[in-house]
Design a protein around this ligand. Structure first.
Ligand code: 5RP
Length: 236
């Protein structure tokens, strides 16, 4: 383990290291986005360097691509490889059914496409992301910039019609401008508190014109690895 890590980074590193242990020679891998996924890319680079592991990665964001390239992890595109053996990614929340909220790092669209095109998805996390019910973390929804205020109003109307508890919807900003995703879209954050029926909400949100994708990952994740600062990795 790298020296001088704070407890949160230790936990993330432990989870990442354990997940990278699942990688086998010749695998095609989806590489997630975020601070935990960045540890996974570093651990993967170490195995490539030290064991001569031959893998190819499909990154889920420009950030992950840049990190992978800087560490010598070979990359490809989803269109080139078409299907992946394994995706390893972080999450913002996971529930007892291993359903997730993702998109805190604004990469949910590529993350969902890549994870769905994988035989297996492993989520790596620290214990703080475990919840009984999804929704305390604001649910990211990627929308196209054209008419985004109308899309936002339609999302709000939908939340009212579904009797969702929290209905505050905000446009994600970076400084005084809307945050723009790798796919040139905007992100709406839905402050819902609790999501009673994540499966239904995921389906309904994606039917709204202007919505590209939402951050609910339902029945996509197979395994969650929870890292702890004391060195334990708990597998769910
Ligand atoms: C990016 C994501 C990330 O996986 C999620 O935000 C977790 O990030 P971190 O590992 O930094 O806590 O969904 O879109």
């Amino acid at each position: 383990m790298p020296a001088d890590l704070n407890p949160i980074d230790k936990a993330k590193f432990i989870a990442a290291k354990r997940a990278v242990g699942f990688v086998q020679d010749g695998m095609k891998l989806g590489l997630g986005t975020g601070s935990t996924a960045a540890w996974m890319v570093r651990c993967l680079a170490e195995r490539i360097r030290e064991e001569g592991l031959r893998v190819v990665g499909v990154p889920t964001s420009t950030r992950t691509a840049e990190l992978a390239v800087s560490l010598g992890v070979p990359l490809s595109t989803l269109d080139e490889v078409k299907w992946l053996d394994l995706t390893i990614d972080g999450a913002d929340e996971f529930d007892p059914s291993l359903n997730l909220i993702k998109g805190g790092g604004a990469a949910l669209l590529q993350e969902k496409i890549v994870a769905t095109a994988s035989d297996q998805m492993i989520v790596i996390t620290d214990a703080a992301k475990e919840v009984v019910q999804l929704g305390a973390f604001p649910l990211p929804v990627e929308v196209i910039p054209f008419g985004w205020q109308t899309t936002k109003a339609l999302v709000e109307e939908t939340l009212v019609s579904m009797d969702v508890l929290g209905r505050d919807v905000t446009l994600r900003m970076t400084g005084d401008r809307p945050l723009v995703t790798d796919e040139s879209n905007y992100i709406l954050d839905l402050h819902l508190n609790r999501i009673g029926n994540p499966r239904q909400l995921a389906l309904v949100l994606n039917q709204i014109p202007g919505v590209v994708e939402n951050g609910l990952f339902i029945d996509i994740c197979d395994i969650v690895i929870i890292g702890h600062a004391d060195g334990r990795a708990v597998v769910r």
